[in-house]
Design a protein around this ligand. Structure first.
Ligand code: ATP
Length: 270
C-alpha cells in the first residue's frame, strides 16, 4: 500500500492568492492560520480552537485547494488522505491507517490533517441498512471518532474534512468537539468565475484580446475545477496549433471541449 500522506503539492506552497473568490470561506478559515502559526497564544488564554472543520460544497469548488492554502499560509505540514483510501482496503487496515495518520500528524504538530470524501467513511450508520453492514467502514469511522476525541485542541492538530454532501454524515461525527464547525463553498458566480480565470491565466502566455470577464459570462454553472481545466485545455489547443500566444478562439474551443466532457459525464451518471 502506497504511503502518500504527505502531499508534496503543499511543499510547493499554496496560498490564499491561489484561491479566487470564496471570500467568506477564506475569512472564516483565516483564524485557523493564525492559530497554527502560534497555538500557544491561544492556549495561554484558554481559548479553544475547533478541532474539526467540515468543508461542504459541490465537486471542484476548491475544498482541497482551501485546505492546502491554510497549510501553506501557516507554513505547517499537510497530511492528506481520501475517504476511499481508508475503505477500499483489507479488513482492519482502514482503522490502522487512521490511527497511523493521527500519530504521524501529532508528532509534527502544528499541522493540518485533510480527509477528502469524508462521507465514504462517515456516512450515517443508521442509513446503511439497505446495504450489507460494512464493518470495515464502521471500524474506520469509530477509529476516526476515537482519534478526534483523543487529542486536545491545544495539541495544534486541525482536522479539515471535505464532502459534497453534509446531509448524509453520521450525526456522531458532527457532535461538539468533532466536526462541529461547517464552512459552505458554493459554485462561483460571474465575478468569482472571472477571478478564477484570472488566477489560472497567470502562468499562460496570453494574447491581449483574451478577456476573463467575457469568458466568465460564457461559463455559467462551471466550477473552479472546470475553469482550471479550460485554461489548461486552451493552452494545449494553442500549442497544437503552433501559436505563440493563447488566443480567445482557443479558449472558446476549450470551453466546447469541457462542455462536451461534462455532458458525457452526466450521461454516465443518469
Ligand atoms: P472535489 O469535491 O471534486 O474533491 P474540491 O472542492 O476539493 O473538489 P479542488 O480539488 O480544490 O476542489 O479544486 C480542483 C482544482 O480547481 C484546484 O486545484 C484549482 O486548480 C481549481 N479551483 C477550484 N476552485 C478554485 C478557486 N476558488 N480558485 C482558483 N482555483 C480553483
Amino acid at each position: 500500500i502506497a504511503k502518500k500522506e504527505i502531499d508534496t503539492d503543499a511543499v510547493r506552497k499554496t496560498t490564499f492568492d491561489d484561491v479566487a473568490g470564496l471570500e467568506e470561506a477564506k475569512e472564516e478559515i483565516y483564524e485557523l492560520v493564525k492559530f497554527l502559526k502560534a497555538p500557544q497564544k491561544y492556549s495561554k488564554l484558554g481559548a479553544k480552537i475547533p478541532k474539526g472543520i467540515l468543508l461542504v460544497g459541490p465537486p471542484g469548488t476548491g475544498k482541497t485547494l482551501l485546505a492546502k492554502a491554510v497549510a501553506g499560509e501557516a507554513g505547517v505540514p499537510f497530511f492528506s488522505l481520501s475517504g476511499s483510501e481508508f475503505v477500499e482496503m483489507f479488513v482492519g487496515v482502514g482503522a490502522a491507517r487512521m490511527r497511523d495518520l493521527f500519530e504521524k500528524a501529532k508528532a509534527k504538530a502544528p499541522c493540518i490533517i485533510f480527509i477528502d470524501e469524508i462521507d465514504t467513511v462517515g456516512r450515517n450508520r443508521g442509513k446503511a441498512g439497505a446495504f450489507q453492514a460494512n464493518d470495515e467502514r464502521e471500524n474506520t469511522l469509530n477509529q476516526l471518532l476515537a482519534e478526534l476525541d483523543g487529542f486536545d485542541s491545544d495539541t495544534g492538530v486541525i482536522v479539515l474534512a471535505a464532502t459534497n454532501r453534509g446531509d448524509v454524515l453520521d450525526p456522531a461525527l458532527l457532535r461538539p468537539g468533532r466536526f462541529d464547525r461547517h464552512i459552505h463553498l458554493e459554485l462561483p458566480g460571474l465575478k468569482e468565475r472571472a477571478a478564477i480565470f484570472a488566477v489560472h491565466m497567470m502562468p499562460l502566455k496570453l494574447n491581449k484580446e483574451v478577456d476573463n470577464e467575457l469568458l466568465a459570462a460564457q461559463t455559467p454553472g462551471f466550477s473552479g475545477a472546470d475553469i482550471a481545466n479550460i485554461c489548461n485545455e486552451a493552452a494545449l489547443i494553442a500549442a497544437r496549433r503552433e501559436k505563440e500566444e493563447v488566443e480567445s478562439v482557443d479558449f472558446m474551443d476549450a470551453i466546447d471541449r469541457v462542455i462536451g466532457g461534462l455532458e458525457k459525464r452526466s450521461k454516465i451518471i443518469t
